[in-house]
Structure formats: C-alpha cells, structure tokens
Design a protein around this ligand. Structure first.
Ligand code: P6P
Length: 343
C-alpha cells in the first residue's frame, strides 16, 4: 500500500490466542472462545466511543451506578454490551461489573469454567472531554468443584488466569497478559476489524523520573505519603539534580498505559478522605497489578503489601495502589514503610 510500511509478520489477536492455546495440550478451547467474546466487546465499545459525540451518546443517562457515579450513556451501553458478550460466549459462569451492584450469574452457561471482573468504561467522567477511557478486565478460573459462586472471584490476583485493558484513544490499544506470561499489546485496525500485535513482550523501564498522582488529594494524604511525593520534587542525585516530572490524566487506563511504556510511578493512595482508597481491587487494582508485574514492574497497596496478594471481602472493595517501574516502587517501599499507614 503506497506509503504504508507493511508489517511483514502480522500477528492478529485471533492467531495469538490460537498459538497460545496449542501450547497447552490440556486446553479445551474455552478460554480462547471467552477471549474472542472479550475482543468482540472491545471492538463494539470502540465503535460506540468513536461515534459518542456524533450521536450525542455523551452526557448523563440519568441513572447512577453502585458507587454513586452518575452513569453516562456510554457507561450503560458498554456495560450491556459486555454482559451480553459474556453471556453469549457460554464460557463465563459469573461476571462482576463496576456498573452492577451484584454478581451476574449466567445459569445457562452449563460448563462455563471462568469468572470475569470488568470495568466497562473506566475513566468515563473524562468522556465528554475526549480523554482516553478504557475497559479493564480480569479472568479467574472456577474451583474444580464449583459451578460458579462469589468465592470464585473473591480471590487474590496471584490466582488470575489473565488480565488486561483496552484503552480507547487515537486507536484502540489492547494490553493483555496471562498467568506467568508476558505482556502483549495489540492495536485495533479499524479497517480490518482486527487487533494486530504491535507491542510484543512489553517490559516497563526499570526506573523513570515521572510520577502520576492526583495532587489535589495531598491535603488528605498520610504524612509519609506527603513526604514521599515531596521528595520527588527535590533535585534527584541520580537524575542530574533534576526533580521528577508530573503526569496525571485522571483515567487509570491512560495513566497506566503511559507508565507501562515510559516508566515511572502511578499512585492512588488511600487517604483520610478515602481510607480504603478509591480504586476497586477486582477490576482496577488487581488486573493492573498483574500487567505491571508481568512487565517487570511492581504494585503495592497502601500498607505496602503486594497488591496481587490482597484478597477482597466484597466485590466492590477498594485499595490504595502504587504501581510502576520496579526501582520506583522499591523507593516507595523503603520510604513509606518507615511509617506504614493508610487502608
Ligand atoms: P480522581 C476514574 O473515575 C477513576 O476510577 C480512574 O480511572 C482514575 O485513575 C481515578 O478514578 C481518577 O480519580 O479522584 O483523580 O479524579
């Protein structure tokens, strides 16, 4: 094609999933089919987001979700799309969505072996401003003797089978990782309707002088969190005396994607206003923690526990989170552990 550099070795998400499946002799193909339902929902949501402003899909749908956020029309459409994609796959036994107060059980999915947690449109408060929003997902496998119950998803992130997110920006970027695997990035080719592997084996830089946090909450931060972020604003010996740069979009998938690519630290600390933090464990903190760890980074909660070892008691439980470059999180661990506080 004139002017376009043809990528010689085009790997579609569909091919990638099939190649992954054949690596596991015991694979039944159920996980692959579940992922096809996932990619269908990402393509559909991407379609609606592109048209949102054109067909006046932004603005409030006049309802609110479980956590009191005013729901935008796209929230509702994306949630419905995701639920129907999971239901029709027949491979999902139960679903937790940020938009649904209770667990959704798919009783018709007789032999379904997977439990999915998702935030269909994370960062939706930014939609009207054209800021990148995204879908975050996490996939657990049911216990062998279970046909699907809440305990199948109230598990630590260390047991996640797969996790990732799709960021709807200039194009739709899917980032996915599987248990013990690498992190791979795919870009949606709108013309073909295919996710193409564009970022194989993503690894986060070991360190980077960029921090990403909502400074507007600093009044509520614990003293050791304040001290840590203030220390980044002083000249850094190992950075030629320069302080860190601040980057904050306010949409987790966008801040996470930039941190994954460039390095640095993203944080939403628990604080006096939100003692348990703001971000939800099942469909924000744990899936992101799995991506960051598999990319060579780290993720901790506000008590400096490994985020992937945190076990939620309720499906919408929250946690404080610090995640990013390996060395940047080490730095936090050393500084904040001095006086561990926060939920
Ligand atoms: P704040 C968006 O509402 C969200 O859930 C995440 O996407 C984002 O990281 C965070 O909340 C932003 O919160 O308080 O900084 O606006």
């Amino acid at each position: 094609i004139e002017g376009e550099k043809i990528n010689k070795n085009i790997v579609t998400l569909t091919r990638f999933l099939t190649e992954e499946q054949v690596k596991h002799k015991e694979a039944t193909g159920d996980f692959t089919l579940l992922c096809h339902a996932l990619q269908f929902s990402f393509k559909s949501i991407a379609y609606y987001i592109r048209r949102a402003t054109l067909v006046n899909l932004t603005g409030l749908a006049g309802s609110s979700n479980t956590t009191g956020d005013e729901q935008k029309k796209l929230d509702v459409i994306s949630n419905d799309l995701f639920i129907e994609a999971m239901r029709s796959s027949g491979k999902c036994a139960l679903l937790v969505s940020e938009e649904e107060e209770d667990v959704i059980y798919f009783k018709d999915a007789k032999n379904a072996r997977y439990a999915v947690a998702c935030d269909p449109i994370d960062g939706s408060s930014n939609l009207d401003a054209g800021v990148s929003v995204g879908t975050i997902f996490a996939i657990h496998k049911l216990a062998d003797d279970s046909t699907g119950c809440k305990e199948d998803i109230l598990k630590p992130g260390t047991e996640l089978i797969a996790a990732g997110f799709t960021m709807y920006g200039a194009s739709a970027q899917l980032v996915i990782t599987m248990k013990g695997g690498s992190v791979n990035g795919f870009t949606l080719d709108q013309a073909l309707g295919e996710f193409i592997l564009t970022h194989p084996n993503m690894t986060i830089p070991k360190k980077r002088a960029i921090y990403s946090v909502n400074e507007g909450n600093s009044l509520y931060w614990e003293d050791n969190v304040k001290a840590y972020f203030n220390s980044l604003k002083e000249g850094q010996e190992d950075a030629g005396g320069k302080p860190y740069s601040a980057r904050y979009i306010g949409s987790m998938v966008a801040d996470a994607y930039r941190t994954l690519l460039y390095g640095g630290i993203f944080a939403y600390p628990a604080d006096k206003k939100s003692p348990k933090g703001k971000l939800r464990i099942l469909y924000e903190c744990a899936p992101m923690a799995m991506v960051f760890e598999n990319a060579g980074g780290q993720a901790l909660d506000s008590k400096m526990n490994r985020m992937l070892e945190v076990v939620p008691q309720h499906i919408h439980d929250k946690a404080g989170i610090f995640m990013g470059s390996y060395d940047e999180v080490e730095k936090i661990g050393n500084q904040i552990s001095a006086g561990v506080t926060g939920g």
